[in-house]
Design a protein around this ligand. Structure first.
Ligand code: FAD
Ligand code: NAI
Length: 477
């Protein structure tokens, strides 16, 4: 006999687990089903983000950044330390500990909030029923029934026929978080978020990194002034980014990977010790149900939803990476909160205009709102203020003064339309811009705000002043 709940959530990634906790907080009976398992075959909550995404990548970015500092900056600070080395297994073990602590933390949060958890593969059946199958098998271990179902099954790496994964020499992002030694020559297909972050990790640890990118424009969704600055900075760091390069083939043979690609000069061949394929992610929208469930899909195979994440079937919602919009953890979590609150009768919504994005390279790239090229394309008249980090006292004291803060404001209303940062700790600074924009701030509002000195955030203040040509610490153009 099936067990009845107010809500069944499928998937315990940042979209699903947040939705489940919020449902429970609102007094709804809720069960969350997730099939993720760790190496020991045990459940491991948190989905892609905690297990093989945001968290392990940031753990390795931090370790590799510290190593790079020890190599390149200690001397400048007058620090002499014993010669530093790299212990990749120890670095990986630390990353695994961080992941384990956080995934266990979600388990504890489920318990504290009385969210029931079932480990297994969920399949949607007719009549708002969910069958839970044992992992890797057909046996049904549970049948759940609910008034509302939230689909949050996430996404997986896109694979390329030209570069089939062998999970040893040719890997996706998950494999690239598990290397047991620093590859001497590392190739990466795709110079997007994953390529740049994991490329940074291994380059800092000593790999020669080549990124092969199909588009003729580097980071086309980023403000072009910022992406140009980032391109030059990455190049200086040793990341060899080859744009307009179409992959023809990648083959692992004799402990190496032979890659051929075509660019403006014709066919090129290059050999690596490891190759990472990082060409985007696709929604996991095809393993949860059969044809009998009549959900609509969009052209990217995402489950079609409206702005409230309602699917075409009443009572079934979809959130996170399986629906339109950026594939970002915080976007999925906010959708989870919205859907839980709407099920509980509240009139919640997500502010899709102000979702921040970050690329955790060094310096970091962070942005929210419209780029300068968006404004040009939409013929929006703007005033722009740019403040270089080289004029920030704090950045100078840190020895980390590369980059800039750029604010784009409407020419007539002065309302902030976009903020773009390429700087150390840009991921932290962008939150202030998001808050300001969510409050519909003008550049003048930020200019009139007092910022502590000396902080990197003062650069946001100065960029707002620069919108009105009255920045203090640079010559105004
Ligand atoms: P997921 O996290 O993918 O979770 C879905 C869960 O559903 C999984 O546990 C899966 O096992 C389970 N599931 C699927 N189907 C079923 C089924 N039928 N039955 C039971 N369970 C099922 N985003 C950021 O915002 N910041 C970052 O810094 C960042 N870094 C990233 C780094 C990497 C290397 C990668 C790969 C991704 C990164 N992302 C980052 C993206 C982020 O991980 C995703 O946007 C986020 O995890 C999506 O959340 P989700 O809950 O929709 O799906
Ligand atoms: P991406 O979409 O960011 O970048 C993929 C890149 O590969 C693009 O530049 C694309 O032009 C290129 N590409 C596609 N096909 C190609 C081919 N055949 N040959 C060469 N280049 C090709 O996707 P990525 O890096 O795989 O990341 C997936 C998603 O995960 C991101 O879009 C983002 O949503 C999320 N993510 C977020 C992070 C963050 O927030 N810091 C970090 C990592 C991932």
């Amino acid at each position: 006999m099936s067990k009845k709940y107010d809500v069944v959530v499928i998937g315990a990634g940042p979209a699903g687990y947040v939705a489940a906790i919020r449902c429970a907080q609102l007094g709804l009976s809720v069960v969350c089903v997730d099939e993720w398992h760790n190496r020991a075959g045990e459940s491991s909550l948190g989905g892609t983000c905690l297990n093989v995404g945001c968290i392990p990548s940031k753990a390795l970015l931090e370790s590799s950044h510290l190593y790079a500092l020890s190599q390149k900056q200690f001397e400048d600070h007058g620090i002499t330390a014993a010669e530093s080395g790299i212990d990749v297994p120890a670095m990986m073990a630390r990353k695994d500990r961080v992941v384990n602590e956080l995934t266990q933390g979600i388990k504890a949060l489920f318990k504290a909030n009385k969210v029931k958890f079932v480990h297994g593969h969920a399949r949607l059946a007719q009549g708002k029923k969910v069958e839970v199958h044992e992992r890797g098998g057909k046996k049904i271990i549970d049948t759940l029934e609910a008034k509302n179902i939230i689909l949050a099954s996430g996404s997986s790496s896109v694979h390329l026929d030209q570069a089939p994964l062998d999970h040893q020499y040719i890997v996706d992002s998950t494999g690239a978080l598990e290397f047991d030694a620093v590859p001497e020559r590392l190739g990466i297909i795709g110079a997007g978020a994953i390529g740049l972050e994991l490329g940074s990790v291994w380059s800092r640890l000593g790999s020669e990194v080549v990124l092969i990118e199909a588009m003729d424009e580097f980071l086309s969704i980023v403000d072009q002034q910022i992406s140009r600055a980032a391109f030059h900075s990455y190049k200086k760091q040793g990341l060899d980014i080859r744009i307009n390069a179409r992959l023809l083939s990648a083959t692992a043979k004799n402990n190496e990977v032979q890659v051929t690609y075509e660019d403006n000069r014709g066919a090129q061949q290059v050999t690596f010790d490891r190759l990472i394929v990082a060409v985007g992610r696709k929604p996991n929208s095809d393993t949860m149900f059969g044809d009998e469930i009549e959900l609509e899909f969009d052209e990217r195979a995402c489950i079609h939803v409206n702005k409230h994440c309602e699917t075409s079937v009443p009572g079934i919602y979809a959130i996170g990476d399986i629906v339109r919009g950026p594939m970002l953890a915080h976007k999925g979590s906010e959708e989870g909160v919205m859907v839980a609150e709407r099920i509980a009768g509240q009139d919640s919504s997500v502010n899709y205009d102000h979702i921040p994005s970050v690329i955790y390279s060094h310096p970091e790239i962070a942005w929210v709102g419209k780029t300068e090229q968006d404004c040009e394309a939409e013929a929006i008249p703007v005033n722009i203020g740019v403040f270089p980090m080289s004029a920030s006292g704090r950045a100078r004291a840190m020895g980390d003064s590369e980059g800039m803060v750029k604010i784009i404001a409407h020419k007539e209303t002065d309302r902030v339309l976009g903020v773009h940062i390429f700087a150390a700790q840009a991921s932290e600074m962008i939150a202030q811009a998001v808050t300001a924009m969510a409050m519909q701030a003008s550049a003048e509002d930020i200019a009139l705000t007092v910022f502590a000195h000396p902080t990197l955030s003062e650069s946001l203040h100065e960029a707002a002043l620069a919108v009105g040509r009255r920045a203090i610490h640079i010559k105004n153009g």
